[in-house]
Design a protein around this ligand. Structure first.
Ligand code: MG
Ligand code: MG
Length: 244
């Protein structure tokens, strides 16, 4: 069930979303060859705390960090580490959550480390396109299935793999053969397509967190927290910049 939020809660979610957006803007600067994912995590931790918010992921079911840092074939839930040093041509999906007065902002972006291959560039563009195709369908009166359907159409169009286990909080509804709930003003939904360069299939490593693609080809992950309104959807984690 997706609970409709009060005006007061929506206000808090806007603040949480802004903190997450600012943390991503900091990552846009910080991601470069030679930096460790541990350093990136420290930057985000400080930024969230200095904004009087709490890193949502830290301590969640024992997760040790403020960001999920998933490099190349890692899909989601990678641990930041001093031993993971980014190098030219890598991609890194960074997922950030901030809780402000009990309300959460949640957003992910896949960053290029220096210059990446043409096919990886295309993968990032496709996943970002998938995210925004889904958001365009997040209109009151639509079924959630129309959102996941729009995302899936983009993956099919580009012939990329799509991860069906985690499509979004609710955004996997089409798998179950029903249309999912009808979207109503005041609902907030995180939509988070993950597209793979190769196959759809993924699995979790022995650390019980890190998800990787079965064929070890790169994966991309883009996510926004979105508010359904009477009119256009409102992206609560909008950064003011998009994929380029
Ligand atoms: Mg997330
Ligand atoms: Mg999420």
């Amino acid at each position: 069930m997706i609970i409709r939020k009060s005006k007061y809660q929506i206000g808090l979610m806007r603040t949480a979303g802004k903190i997450v957006a600012d943390a991503h803007t900091a990552m846009l600067e910080a991601v470069k060859p030679g930096v460790s994912t541990f350093e990136l995590d420290a930057i985000v931790y400080k930024l969230i705390i200095s904004n009087k918010a709490i890193p949502t992921f830290k301590g969640y079911r024992g997760f040790p960090a403020s960001i999920c840092a998933s490099v190349n074939e890692q899909v989601v839930h990678g641990f930041p580490s001093k031993d993971v040093i980014l190098k030219e041509g890598d991609i890194i999906s960074i997922d950030i959550g901030a809780t402000y007065k009990g309300m959460v902002g949640d957003s992910a972006f896949t960053y290029k480390v220096g210059k990446v291959s043409e096919e990886v560039e295309k993968l990032l563009k496709a996943t970002n396109d998938g995210l925004y195709a889904g958001i365009a369908k997040m209109v009151a009166g639509n079924h959630l299935e129309e959102v996941s359907g729009a995302v899936e159409d983009v993956a099919l169009q580009y012939k990329f793999g799509i991860v069906r286990q985690y499509g979004g909080h609710g955004v996997g509804a089409s798998m179950h053969g029903d249309k999912g709930p009808i979207l109503k003003p005041g609902m907030t939904i995180a939509i988070e397509p993950m597209f793979n360069l190769g196959c759809d299939e993924v699995h979790t490593l022995e650390d019980r967190w890190t998800v990787i693609t079965n064929d070890k080809k790169p994966s991309a992950h883009f996510e926004h927290s979105v508010l359904i309104t009477e009119n256009e959807p409102e992206i609560l984690t909008d950064r003011g910049w998009i994929f380029q």
